[in-house]
Every structure is written in structure tokens, then in C-alpha cells.
Design a protein around this ligand. Structure first.
Ligand SMILES: CC(C)(COP(=O)(O)OP(=O)(O)OC[C@H]1O[C@@H](n2cnc3c(N)ncnc32)[C@H](O)[C@@H]1OP(=O)(O)O)[C@@H](O)C(=O)NCCC(=O)NCCS
Length: 197
């Protein structure tokens, strides 16, 4: 079983360490090693607080014993090409759980919440070399609408900017997370959600 709860400020340092571990595991094949080796939880926490201050919220997934196994953050986009779309900020699943459906579950929660916030279009950016993630988003209806380059310590890394149009919610429609559109205006699931996988 997996517990899904809204991300709290006091959980940011733990999330930062989790994201650093995911970056090292996922990006090891294509981002230079010295950057990944030098990642610190303090710097990652600063990035997360910056995202929060720009309006991103999120949910965490935890295993029965409380271990952090997944995250999705979402909110208004910072990507100019996406205009006033909503954005999936960070989506990471603990490596041993990849392919178990948790990524789909987290993405769906974020899409439902963004739709309830009134966004009719959702976008994200993903390293072009991260083929598994690009395929995952394609399978969920996202198409590449632009490209950008991240400059990291003198190296250039291309990213795909992907987006999809969402069907609008009726005023009383219930989302796949079981929350009504009204409760989702709180921007995060308002109850603990338990998912089996
Ligand atoms: C990308 C990531 C979040 C996906 O999460 P996941 O838990 O592995 O994905 P799921 O188990 O939900 O989905 C696995 C597969 O089923 C597909 N799938 C699942 N539910 C689906 C649905 N309802 N509709 C369409 N496709 C679906 C997925 O596209 C994927 O296809 P595959 O079998 O060809 O790989 C995860 O692999 C991950 O954390 N990777 C490392 C970090 C990363 O790259 N994050 C993204 C950064 S932008």
C-alpha cells in the first residue's frame, strides 16, 4: 500500500534528499558526473522553496513504513512557451517502484488538481535524453511543443517542452482521485489517499 499526502514545508529537506537520489539514478547516463556528485540537500531544498514561492504545491507517496517513494509537484508554469498553462514540476518514483503504476497515479493526481484549478492545458519539461520519461508522457497524451537548453556548469542539455489539452471539469464532476472539483480548488488532495499497487 502507498499513502499519498500533501507536501508540507517541513518535509522539504527529506524531499530534497530523495530528489537528489533520483537525479543520480536517472540522470547518471547523460548528465556530467561532477554535477550529480556535488548535489546537496541544502541546495535542492532552496530550489524546492523557490518553486513553492512561485505557487507550486505537491503530494508525496510513502510506503507502509513511512519511506518516501514518490513525489509530484504542480502549479502555474514558468515556461514562457506554455503561456498560462499549468505545469507538472517534479515527478519522481523511487527506482525499485518504477513501472508499478505509481508514476501514473501521481501524474493523474496532479492533472486532476490542475484541471480543478481551472487550467485547460498542462505542460512540463523533460530532458530529451530521458527516453523513459518522454515515452511515459507521450503515452499519457503529451506532445512536444518546443525545446530548450539547460546550461549546467558549462554543459548544454536539451529538454523537450511537452503539453496536453485537458477536458474541462463540470462544476459538480468528481475526479478520478475521488475529490469533487470544489475540494480540489484547495490545490492539493484534502484527505489522505491510500493506493494499492
Ligand atoms: C517517469 C516515471 C515518473 C514514470 O513512473 P512509473 O511509475 O515508472 O510509470 P508507471 O508504472 O505508472 O507506467 C509504466 C508504463 O505504463 C504506461 N502507463 C501506465 N498507465 C497508463 C495509462 N493510464 N495510460 C497510458 N499509459 C500508461 C506508462 O506510459 C509506462 O509505459 P511502459 O510500460 O512502456 O514503460 C518514473 O519512471 C520515474 O520516476 N523515472 C525516474 C525519474 C524521472 O525520469 N522523472 C521524470 C522527470 S521529468
Amino acid at each position: 500500500m502507498t499513502l499519498i499526502t500533501p507536501l508540507l514545508d517541513e518535509e522539504i529537506p527529506e524531499l530534497a534528499a530523495f530528489i537528489n537520489e533520483c537525479w543520480r539514478t536517472t540522470y547518471g547516463g547523460f548528465i556530467h558526473a561532477s554535477f550529480l556528485a556535488g548535489l546537496t540537500a541544502a541546495e535542492q531544498s532552496m530550489r524546492l522553496r523557490g518553486q513553492r514561492d512561485r505557487g507550486q504545491v505537491g503530494v508525496l507517496a510513502r510506503s507502509d513504513d513511512g519511506e518516501l517513494v514518490g513525489v509530484v509537484t504542480y502549479g502555474p508554469t514558468h515556461l514562457e512557451v506554455l503561456g498560462d498553462a499549468g505545469e507538472i514540476g517534479k515527478l519522481y518514483v523511487h527506482a525499485p517502484l518504477i513501472g508499478t503504476g505509481l508514476g501514473h497515479r501521481l501524474l493523474t493526481i496532479a492533472e486532476d488538481a490542475l484541471t480543478a484549478m481551472g487550467y485547460s492545458r498542462i505542460g512540463l519539461d523533460v530532458f530529451t535524453a530521458n527516453q523513459r520519461a518522454v515515452d511515459f508522457y507521450h503515452a499519457h497524451g503529451y506532445v512536444t511543443v518546443g525545446r530548450k537548453i539547460d546550461h549546467i556548469e558549462g554543459h548544454d542539455y536539451p529538454l523537450d517542452i511537452m503539453a496536453k489539452d485537458m477536458p474541462s471539469l463540470g462544476s459538480t464532476e468528481t475526479s478520478s482521485t475521488g475529490h469533487t472539483a470544489r475540494s480540489q480548488r484547495l490545490h492539493v488532495p484534502d484527505t489522505v489517499d491510500v493506493v494499492a499497487h
